[in-house]
Design a binder for this molecule. Structure first.
Ligand SMILES: C[S@@+](CC[C@H](N)C(=O)[O-])C[C@H]1O[C@@H](n2cnc3c(N)ncnc32)[C@H](O)[C@@H]1O
Length: 242
């Protein structure tokens, strides 16, 4: 079974959500995304896209009102997931392939959380670039050295780590590839997950960005609950376990 088949025909929404909430990953992602949105500063009323938004579990943990000021679209390959998302949060939804998006261009911000690991990520970055967003916030997963703590995955999620193996990414490679698409890294942040993983957030800007003006990418402002630290792309290491 391919990852695409698994996400569209096999993985059950409740299993995915139970897994993500139990390990604290859904919560960590939501708070990291809130920081990235604050750093991106999309204008009130502007179009924002969450690509590969899944069931919208993140909405359960995002700060209240985070998305209210924007014209929000959520896309995914799985229409069943999007149905569940709409029951949580009123917004426009679209069945759309991140590797070859057919959405209208012109978003002020595109948010992509834990999707690149499951697709042809170079195609996905090129596709996102064609949508000509001003900013793109990407969250990828970094695993610790060695094995993650063993844990029972619920139901259909048991395929991960056995038959299904997402490709964990090197942030440096993502930054280099997106630069080729015309996007410069603006800032970065990370959040730990209790089971030892780290969620790494990268915020990109279309065009010259800060980097060409000679400014290094900054870490996002740390809040009392967010132990972020500045990372260079080479500090990210792809992991080996999901
Ligand atoms: C690990 S889940 C992440 C979901 C969500 N972003 C979150 O953080 O909970 C990966 C998501 O990517 C979606 N997906 C997989 N391949 C896709 C593709 N080619 N285009 C759009 N979405 C895709 C899956 O259906 C699934 O919802």
């Amino acid at each position: 079974m391919t990852l695409r088949e698994a996400w569209t025909e096999f993985i059950v929404a409740d299993d995915y959500e139970q897994h993500m909430a139990a390990i604290g990953q859904a919560q960590a992602n939501a708070l990291l995304v809130a920081e990235l949105v604050a750093a991106a500063q999309p204008q009130t009323g502007s179009r924002v896209l969450i690509a590969g938004a899944g069931t919208g579990q993140m909405f359960e943990y995002c700060p209240a009102g985070l998305w209210d000021a924007f014209d929000l679209t959520c896309s995914d390959l799985n229409p069943t997931f999007l149905r569940k998302l709409r029951s949580r949060h009123a917004c426009t939804t679209a069945v759309d392939d991140i590797e070859d998006s057919r959405l209208d261009p012109g978003f002020s911000l595109i948010v992509v959380v834990l999707v690149l690991e499951h697709v042809d990520w170079r195609k996905a970055l090129a596709s996102l670039a064609r949508l000509r967003p001003e900013r793109v916030a990407i969250v990828i997963q970094r695993n610790p050295e060695g094995r993650l703590p063993q844990r029972e995955r619920p139901g259909t999620m048991r395929m991960f780590g056995t038959e299904l193996n997402p490709k964990f990414l090197d942030a440096g490679e993502v930054v280099a590839e997106f630069a080729r698409c015309g996007f410069a890294l603006r800032s970065q942040a990370e959040r730990p997950v209790p089971d030892g993983k780290t969620m790494a957030g990268l915020l990109f800007a279309r065009g010259a960005g800060d980097l060409r003006r000679g400014n290094p990418p900054s870490a996002l402002t740390a809040s009392p609950r967010s132990p972020e630290r500045t990372l260079s792309p080479s500090a990210f290491k792809p992991g080996t376990h999901s």
